[in-house]
Design a protein around this ligand. Sequence first.
Ligand SMILES: C[S@@+](CC[C@H](N)C(=O)[O-])C[C@H]1O[C@@H](n2cnc3c(N)ncnc32)[C@H](O)[C@@H]1O
Length: 344
Amino acid sequence: MNNYKFYKTDDNSTGIYCEDMKDILHSKTGAKKEAFDKFINPVDFDEFYKNKNNINILDICSGVGYNLKAALYKLKNKSVCIDCIDTDINLFFTSPFLVDGFNDIDINLHLLQMIIRNEYSIFDIYNLIKKIYSLTNAEFFSPSMMNLIEFIINSFNINNGQLTKNQFVHNIYYNYISNSMYNELKHNIYKNSLIYYHVADARKYILETKKTYDVIFLDAYTPKKQPSLWTINFLSEIKKHIDDNSVIVTYSKSTPFRSALVELGFSVGKILVDESDMGTIASFNSNKIKNKLNSYDLKLIETKSGITYKDYNFSLSDIEIIKNRQAEQDISSRQSRTQFSKNY
Ligand SMILES: C[S@@+](CC[C@H](N)C(=O)[O-])C[C@H]1O[C@@H](n2cnc3c(N)ncnc32)[C@H](O)[C@@H]1O
């Protein structure tokens, strides 16, 4: 398991720092805010998905699920199917218990139920949560969800492991919860949403899946740290699983990544947050792209800095991908980024 540290972000949601990657998973200005600013709002679900009831989302690098929760929250009244991909199962398990700023127990109960439905063991979840809980500050964990997991484990023991999974899920809903909560859950607004957790390398998943998605969230570590999930080859595989109206959104504004999108024929735009360029949105339907890349951005792509990351067989390490790109830049006759900026 990676080593993580928790911190409180400016919107009171919990952010995570991964010591092994030496990188944060969430913006310090707000993990929840970031999910809406950079992943949900740019898609403009109100405008483009108002007449579509079944929405398929692929959440690449799902982590503790801020983008997933924000999507559920935004699409409460729709049937949503979300495939979440991450290599670290512990982050999935942590998701329902985290103080996330949503203040919405329905979302967390729904996620816990989905985790159990995805065949994950409640004991593993319990042991992990207890372990993290003992190592970190309790303020990062939701007291009601912590009580709930204690209750589940106790009732499971009492029943000597005799509960079937359905009875067990039933227990969560009907034994633990108070009447008022029960009444709310009878109308569980998220009940039409299906979440599937896939513990997998995103490259492997994309090669194997047969599904097509309306929306793709790409939330890998930065291209400079983890270029393997920003290569033109990974994007070409993603391209096989979208249609003309699908959108890809990400917090990254990396030039080689934008360059790969342009090369693959996407209409590409910036995600603006308070007028600043804070991410990228791409689609084959150019009507979906409000703030298209301008001539400066497009010319920048033609410089050395627009040389894409490549990994033809999904076999290279991140270091190899970086080295190969550097070698390609060294022999390229393109202008450097600095020369271009000076002359522009
Ligand atoms: C920036 S964080 C994503 C944060 C996440 N969206 C959230 O809301 O918590 C990057 C995530 O990528 C995952 N990851 C790293 N390499 C991966 C790979 N090859 N395939 C899938 N997930 C990966 C990490 O475990 C980590 O959770």
